[in-house]
Design a binder for this molecule. Structure first.
Ligand SMILES: [Zn+2]
Length: 344
C-alpha cells in the first residue's frame, strides 16, 4: 500500500510500504476513508532529525474495518469507525477514568513504533478499546466533522474542560489553528458568554467568529495581555484554552487568566519548563491539560455533530490525495492552509 513517510524535517515522501497486517489477536486493520495533517505533525516537519527508516505519519482517521484479530469482540469487519489519535485497551484503571491517553497498554499512532494513518490502511492495536464504531456511513460534509473527533475537536473540548469553561463566564483561546478554532466551538458549546480569540490570520479569525468568538486580539506578548485585560474589566478571563505549545503562548495564557482562573493546555509543549510561574502562583491560576482523551469525548460530542449543531469539519480548507500530502504539509507549515484533509 501507499503511505506518507517522514525522513527528516521537511522531507515527506509518498512510498510503497508493506500492507498492514494483524500482528496481535486484539488488532484490527482499517481502510482509511479520510485522514488529515495535524498541527502537531508540523513539529517533526520543522525539527525531525534524519532517520534511515523514517516514520509513517498521521494519527487522525476515519475508515472501514477490513480485518480483525481472533480476540476482537466488539469491532466487526465492515464497521465504519473513528480512530482516536491514541490507542487504548478500554479496560485499565485510566481508561475507566476516561483518560485513555494514559492507558497502561496504550500508545500513539504515527510514531516510530506504530505506523500512522496518512496511508491507504492502518493497523489498529487494541481495536476493541480504541475504535469507536459509528452506526452509519456518512456524506462528505459529515465525514469532515466526524474526522475531527479523532483529534482536533476532542482536543479543543479537552482544553475547554481543563480550563473549566462555565456558562455565562469568559474564555480566551490562544492560537487560531484548527485546535484553537475547535476550542472556540467547545467554549461556546459549554456556555461561555465572552470568547476572545488570540490570533492574527484573517481567514481563521473569520471562522472563529462564525464559531462564536465575540472578541479578537491580534497583538502578541504583553500587548495581548493588556488588550485582554481591557476587554474584561481589567481582570482577565476565567478560562484560557492554550492551543499552541510555544513558550510565549503559554506565558500569554497565564498572563490573561484572572485570579482564580484556569488554563487548559493542549498545545504540545516545545520547552521543558512552564513559563509564568510567578503570575500563576500569585493569581491562584490552575494550569492543567495534556493529550486529550478524545476516545472519552466522542460519545458526548457525536450527537451535536450528527445534528449539525457544531460543524468542526469547517476547519478543513484543503483536501488532497496521497500524492498531495507533501504539498499539504508545506501549505500548513506556511500557514496557507488551516488544516488539510487526506482522501487516500
Ligand atoms: Zn487502558
Amino acid at each position: 500500500m501507499r503511505a506518507t513517510v517522514m525522513y527528516s524535517a521537511g522531507d515527506v515522501q509518498i512510498e510503497n510500504v508493506p500492507d498492514p497486517q494483524i500482528i496481535e489477536p486484539t488488532d484490527a486493520v482499517i481502510r482509511v476513508s479520510r485522514a488529515c495533517v495535524c498541527g502537531s505533525d508540523l513539529w517533526p516537519y520543522q525539527k525531525m532529525e534524519r532517520s534511515e527508516t523514517g516514520r509513517v505519519m498521521g494519527h487522525e482517521a476515519i475508515g472501514v474495518v477490513e480485518d480483525v484479530g481472533a480476540e476482537v469482540r466488539r469491532i466487526k469487519r465492515g464497521d465504519f469507525v473513528i480512530m482516536p489519535f491514541a490507542f487504548s485497551d478500554g479496560t485499565c484503571v485510566f481508561c475507566h477514568d476516561g483518560l485513555q491517553t494514559s492507558c497502561i497498554h496504550g500508545g500513539f499512532f504515527g510514531t516510530t513504533e506504530v505506523a500512522g494513518a496518512q496511508a491507504e490502511a492502518v493497523r489498529i492495536p487494541l481495536a476493541d478499546g480504541t475504535l469507536f464504531a459509528l452506526g452509519t456511513h456518512a456524506d462528505d460534509i459529515l465525514l469532515a466533522s466526524l474526522l475531527t473527533l479523532s483529534d482536533v475537536m476532542g482536543t479543543g473540548h479537552h482544553a475547554a474542560i481543563m480550563a473549566k469553561v462555565t456558562p455565562g463566564k469568559s474564555a480566551a483561546v490562544v492560537g487560531d489553528g484548527a485546535v484553537g478554532l475547535c476550542g472556540v466551538i467547545a467554549a461556546k458549546r459549554l456556555g461561555a458568554e465572552q470568547i476572545i480569540i488570540l490570533g492574527r490570520h484573517a481567514d481563521r479569525i473569520a471562522l472563529a467568529k462564525d464559531f462564536g468568538a465575540t472578541d479578537v486580539v491580534s497583538e502578541r506578548g504583553d500587548a495581548a495581555i493588556e488588550r485582554v485585560h481591557e476587554l474584561t474589566g481589567g481582570f482577565g478571563v476565567h478560562s484560557v484554552l492554550e492551543c499552541v505549545g510555544l513558550e510565549q503562548a503559554i506565558d500569554t495564557a497565564i498572563g490573561i487568566a484572572r485570579p482564580g482562573g484556569a488554563v487548559g493546555r493542549v498545545g504540545v509543549p516545545q520547552e521543558q519548563t512552564i513559563p509564568g510561574s510567578e503570575p500563576a502562583f500569585y493569581n491562584n491560576v490552575t494550569v492543567g491539560g495534556g493529550p486529550a482523551p478524545v476516545r472519552a469525548y466522542i460519545e458526548d460530542l457525536l450527537p451535536d455533530v450528527l445534528e449539525g449543531k457544531i460543524e468542526p469539519g469547517r476547519v478543513f480548507d484543503r483536501t488532497v490525495d496521497l500524492d498531495g500530502v507533501p504539498d499539504g504539509y508545506r501549505a500548513m507549515n506556511d500557514r496557507k492552509a488551516i488544516k488539510v484533509m487526506v482522501n487516500p
